[in-house]
Design a protein around this ligand. Structure first.
Ligand code: GUN
Length: 279
């Protein structure tokens, strides 16, 4: 089974559009503000995608594009201004920030009640404690894909490969919350092949093209590929060797068209949820 992220994302967007209509009927249009600093080309593409998705479901989207020379104090001042602006429901500071800016201090300054990414320490702590809070969009989207694929993590061995703050760590916590037995593997893991071989669910988020070999995958496992890499021939590929893994897996996400479309869809979900909470 191929897990079609485009299709699930379209379904999520339709749900969000209906929720936006309901809020609008109460005179409350949800608003997302994206802050982009500098001219990282990948960030420009991502932010354009986020804004387009907002427009499609009726979320008001505003972008603040600041030059790469912006100082820490200037960026902090903007975040504080957005915190105080009642028309702003969600604030997203696109990462990575240009060199010289302290990412952690900026994320800490965002009002936790407007933190659509769920990156604020208070929201990370809430996730850790199993309390309601905005969930980081990519792992949140992965959980929805697992549900759509009919995969209940309860009692399963789940392997998360990668320990980033954006994907790996929150992913592990969300799988744990759903009662999986969770292992986190990373660049220093001694025998990755052996870890993959015993996993019922594999979530690959290491950012290395086709590093997870298909022959490692346990027959019948569910494989979720968060990777988005470019091969020397220019083609996009994931962290998993797709064709070989697909022969063994019960279900697998393609790249592109798997996790990618879900990240933006869950950003919309989080924005509407924050607007509802603030209403
Ligand atoms: N850069 C790459 N992924 C993300 C994300 O999910 N949120 C933000 N703010 N920046 C990112």
């Amino acid at each position: 089974m191929i897990i079609d992220g485009k299709q699930v994302a379209a379904q999520v967007r339709a749900e969000v559009a209906a929720a936006v209509k309901e809020l609008e009927a109460r005179g409350r249009t949800p608003g997302l503000t994206v802050v982009r600093v500098g001219d990282d080309p990948a960030s420009a593409v991502y932010v354009r995608g986020k804004r387009k998705a907002c427009e499609e479901v009726g979320i008001r989207s505003v972008e603040h594009h600041l030059p790469a020379t912006t100082s820490q104090a200037e960026l902090l001042a903007l975040v504080r201004q957005l915190n105080a602006d009642p028309s702003v429901d969600g604030i997203l500071v696109q990462l990575p920030l240009p060199k010289g800016l302290d990412e952690s201090e900026i994320l800490d300054a965002i009002d936790p009640g407007k933190d659509v990414d769920g990156f604020h320490p208070l929201n990370v702590g809430a996730l850790c404690l199993g309390k309601p809070a905005p969930r980081p969009c990519t792992p949140h989207g992965v959980m929805r894909l697992l549900a759509e694929a009919g995969c209940d993590p309860k009692g399963k061995r789940a392997l998360v490969i990668g320990r980033s703050h954006i994907v790996g760590k929150p992913m592990a916590l969300m799988l744990l919350e759903k009662h999986a037995t969770v292992t986190i593997a990373h660049s220093r893991t001694a025998d990755l092949a052996a870890e993959v071989a015993r996993a019922d669910i594999v979530v690959a988020a290491i950012g290395k093209a086709e590093m997870i070999r298909g022959e490692w995958v346990k027959p019948g496992a569910v494989v979720i590929d968060v990777g988005m890499n470019r091969k020397p021939d220019g083609k996009l590929c994931g962290d998993v060797e797709y064709a070989a893994a697909a022969e063994r897996a019960a279900a697998i996400t393609p790249v592109p068209g798997g996790v990618g479309p879900m990240t933006i869809a869950m950003l919309l979900v989080n924005t509407v949820e924050l607007a509802r909470t603030r209403t």
